[in-house]
Write a protein that binds this ligand. Structure first.
Ligand code: SF4
Length: 496
């Protein structure tokens, strides 16, 4: 846990993620927030609009006039390390202090990164749901092993909802291969009762971790005209307004504005607009002032823009079809999935247990589906979720299931210990309980946990020591549990 503490009336108080987030704005004057909003607009133009960048680089003596033409009310000279090719080298150095706006921006970004880390901590369920908590911890460790630095950006929310079936976006690069739009979940009396019941169950079962949830996946929020009503319910039940990410912020402007108003009221987490072209960026800028978008990150994903597409879903299919030779290890991210927990599609009344993995033929959408159930009422939802926890979130390796190391790990036997290497990490594990090696038996993959314990005990080891060793491997997430073929290979059911 990385608690954030502040002093209030002489006492140290731990801040929740949303309290930390609010403080980012509240501790600044309105003038300082406005300045940040204009630096943000400047950087969006610089990174997303080649014409703006050229004009700026052609007017290095007077960049302020170029910025002013775009409605940007800060002096680019005061933040040279953020954009000027000759000054970028000072961006992370003490010399940056000479450019006050660069300092202000980097402080703000540092606080946002800290907030991201707090969001991950918000999913802690060690008291409310200990087995689910331990399972999520194992998934986080596995993601660090297989995704390296990129895994730091994954906050592992414990729940997510889809309020439509399919998506009208039809984006060729959709990392979740969202299916064709088939309709949305209306906010009728019956639906609202089910919705409030299901969110209430999540709050009851997962405690405050339910506030990590959000209401889209292989769907776009703007495809549901009632989206903001569901969002408000979520706030009323969990005390947190979920994040909104959309690639269609201009599709239903009145709805987007209502969502931004909710943000202004409750300020819990930054929203995101995915921007697919410079034209779209310009339209968004023409529609919303820099101040309007202070709480919205523009994720610039168009051609020549900085955010690359994930090697997952439809983008992965395209790349494979065109024979791009870049090896997987050189790609910066191979999933856009983030949930380690339950994904619920409300129109279908379907709940799945999922966790991020690098996209592959087995898991083309960049997440693994461990189980899938259907429900009609909040009580049934609770029963199905509890049954999935019982079936998949074990405290020890199940005794009658084959036991082997995770497929991505390289095993190497040593004297009295063995090594397990992932792409990004190496584990050293003691292996001296008996003359027969437990590591060799697990690496061979031919026995169950109970066979293994019996064989090593026959060789003279203590049953407690061997079982404890297996528990340690299990808790660190080093044993393979992706053994179920039922959902493997699903590709087109459907992110923004
Ligand atoms: S990327 Fe987003 S908007 Fe585009 S098809 Fe996928 S879910 Fe829909």
């Amino acid at each position: 846990m990385t608690d954030e503490k502040v002093e209030m009336r002489g006492n140290l108080v731990t801040l929740s993620a949303k309290e930390h987030y609010r403080l980012i704005f509240d501790r600044r004057t309105p003038g300082e927030v406005r300045t940040l909003a204009h630096i943000k607009r400047f950087l969006e133009c610089f990174l997303g609009d080649a014409a703006f960048k050229s004009a700026l680089l052609e007017n290095l003596d007077n960049p302020r006039t170029v910025a002013a033409r775009y409605g940007i009310d800060v002096d680019p000279i005061e933040m040279l390390p953020l954009w000027h090719p000759n000054y970028l080298k000072f961006d992370r150095e003490p010399e940056r202090a000479s450019w006050p706006l660069a300092v202000a921006w980097r402080e703000y970004i540092g606080e946002m990164v800290r907030h991201r880390d707090l969001l991950r901590d918000e999913g802690n369920m060690s008291v409310a749901a200990p087995r689910f908590h331990a399972w999520r911890e194992r998934q986080m460790r596995r993601c660090e092993d297989v995704l390296g630095d990129f895994s730091k950006s994954i906050t592992h929310p414990v729940i997510a909802f889809e309020l439509s079936e399919g998506c009208t976006g039809g984006c060729s690069f959709c990392g979740l291969s969202a299916g064709r739009f088939k309709g949305y979940f209306e906010y009728s009396k019956k639906h609202a009762d089910l919705w409030r019941g299901v969110v209430g169950v999540a709050r009851e079962m997962f405690g405050s971790a339910a506030s990590t949830g959000f209401c889209y996946n292989a769907t776009d929020p703007m495809d549901n005209p009632d989206y903001d009503r569901f969002l408000l319910d979520y706030y009323q039940i969990t005390g947190t307004l979920p994040q909104t990410t959309t690639a269609m912020p201009l599709k239903n402007l009145a709805l987007t504005k209502r969502v931004l108003e909710l943000f202004e009221l409750y300020r819990c987490v930054t929203n995101r607009f995915s921007v697919l072209s410079t034209d779209q960026l310009n339209q968004i800028h023409a529609t919303f002032s820099p101040e309007d978008l202070m709480g919205v990150e523009l994720v610039l994903q168009g051609k020549g823009m900085p955010s690359s597409k994930a090697f997952a879903g439809r983008a992965r299919n395209e790349i494979l079809k065109n024979g791009d030779p870049t090896p997987l290890s050189k790609r910066d991210h191979s999933t856009i999935a983030c949930v380690s927990g339950f994904l619920i599609n409300m129109p279908r009344r379907r709940v799945q247990l999922i966790t991020p993995v690098p996209a592959s033929t087995r898991w083309p959408l960049g997440y693994r589906i461990l189980d899938e159930r259907f429900f009609g009422t909040p009580d049934e939802f609770q029963d199905e979720v509890q049954s999935m926890i019982d079936e998949h979130m074990h405290e020890s390796p199940p005794s009658n299931r084959p036991i082997r190391f995770r497929g991505d790990l390289q095993y190497e036997a040593k004297r009295h210990h063995f090594l397990l290497r992932s792409c990004h990490w190496e584990y050293q594990v003691p292996d001296n309980a008996a003359s027969i090696s437990a590591g060799d038996l697990i690496a061979g993959g031919h026995c169950t946990a109970s066979d293994l314990v019996a064989r090593v005990v026959r060789d003279g080891a203590s049953a407690i020591a061997v079982a404890d060793g297996l528990d340690q491997l299990h808790m660190k997430g080093l044993l393979e549990d992706d053994l179920d073929e039922r959902f493997a290979g699903r590709s087109s059911e459907g992110g923004t």
